[in-house]
Design a protein around this ligand. Structure first.
Ligand SMILES: NC(=O)c1ccc[n+]([C@@H]2O[C@H](COP(=O)([O-])OP(=O)(O)OC[C@H]3O[C@@H](n4cnc5c(N)ncnc54)[C@H](O)[C@@H]3O)[C@@H](O)[C@H]2O)c1
Length: 351
């Protein structure tokens, strides 16, 4: 039986890969997005599919649809974008979760929540297990996202306990791959775009801080595996790649794989930037039989190929790499200023 599946944030980086996979598996997909950070380019190749539908909608407002499952991914994921309008970020996490949980409750369907490793804040425990409650600043510039996602988890678990709903919560760690937003300031896309356009590669801090990078195909396998797990399994479950790399190592790999002549430069570390982040994925391994398979080099090659194509095709011709963090210069491609395309302009807010 073909399921009709709602994916909020379906035109974003991870959402577009998820929509693609769900369609490949023979489902009907309804992608709901307000195109704040998502783009039509990401789902252009899906638009001819009879079983794919797109609705422009802000999930801070109620939505009435008939579907069999819901994946809730709508939320800007990079600091530049979620700090652009922090009140809206809290709203999408809290009001958006309430609206999607309300829809799932009315329809009596299963709902997935894209939570994040940011719920652990600046962790004092390594690696982070699901039982760890985190070390989060409630009043800093990242709090709209971190606390918003924590509150969303609270809502999911309260709906589960109070209304006996089937929820699936994944805590996603740093994910990368084709269709990342080229201007989101996230380390992988930043380094690749900087290397490809020949700009200096910017490291914040001394580059010794570590991250673990999960390729998007691996993540999508984990998300679908969690959703389709046959028994009740709420999570939260960590999904990420436990292989730790320093930011400096990543910069060196990008320079080597792109063959770039870019130099590596150092800038001050932004507020609340975690020093270390690595998932403990034993729960996902045991319960879902899931572990990442794509090596960093393989994933980086695919991502570099995507950005190379993206820049060559002219889609990035108005690209201005913005970064709100201290000491960062705005980099331009072709010397042009930013335009009002989907890629560069946040959607207008109704309230
Ligand atoms: N990429 C990562 O490394 C990562 C890590 C942890 C968690 N996550 C979570 O995964 C989800 C997807 O992340 P991503 O990297 O694809 O980010 P993304 O910014 O590319 O995608 C988010 C999508 O949500 C849409 N959106 C934002 N606000 C909306 C609203 N009010 N109504 C409807 N749509 C809205 C955006 O337009 C975009 O298409 C997010 O919830 C994010 O918090 C991502």
């Amino acid at each position: 039986m073909r399921k009709r599946i709602l994916v909020t944030g379906g035109s974003g980086f991870i959402g577009s890969h998820l929509c693609e996979r769900l369609l490949e598996e023979g489902n009907e997909v309804v992608c709901v997005d307000n195109f704040f950070t998502g783009t039509k380019y990401n789902i252009k190749h899906l638009l001819d599919d009879t079983f794919f539908e797109v609705i422009r909608h802000d999930i801070c407002f109620p939505l009435y649809l008939e579907v069999d499952e819901i994946y809730n991914l709508a939320c800007p994921a990079s600091p530049i974008h979620y700090q652009h309008d922090p009140v809206q970020t809290t709203k999408v996490n809290v009001l958006g979760a309430i609206n999607m949980l309300g829809l799932a409750k009315r329809l009596k369907v299963k709902i997935f929540q894209a939570s994040t490793s940011e719920v652990y804040g600046n962790p004092d425990v390594h690696p982070q297990k699901e039982e760890y409650w985190g070390n989060v600043n409630p009043i800093g510039p990242r709090s709209c996202y971190d606390e918003g996602k924590r509150c969303a988890e609270t809502l999911f678990f309260d709906y589960h306990r109070q209304h006996d709903m089937d929820i699936r919560v994944a805590r996603i760690f740093n994910t990368y791959g084709p269709r990342m937003h080229p201007k989101d300031g996230r380390v992988v896309s930043n380094f690749i775009v900087q290397a490809l356009i020949g700009n200096p590669i910017t490291i914040y801090g001394d580059g010794m801080q570590t991250r673990s990078f999960c390729y998007v195909d691996d993540l999508v396998n984990g998300i679908i595996g969690l959703m389709n797990y046959p028994e009740m399994f709420t999570g939260p479950v960590n999904l990420g790649n436990p292989v730790e790399k320093t930011i400096y190592e990543l910069a060196e790999m990008v320079v080597e794989l792109t063959g770039s002549k870019s130099e590596i430069v150092f800038k001050p570390l932004p507020t609340d930037d975690p020093v270390r982040r690595r998932p403990d994925i034993n729960l996902a391994k045991k319960k879902l039989d899931w572990a990442p398979e794509v090596e960093l080099e393989t994933g980086l090659r695919a991502t570099i190929e995507y950005f190379d194509e993206f820049l060559r095709s002219g889609k990035g011709k108005d690209l201005v790499l913005t970064d709100s963090r201290p000491g960062h210069k705005r980099a331009r491609v072709n010397g042009k200023k930013r335009t009002g395309s989907d890629m560069s302009k946040p959607a207008s807010r109704a309230n």
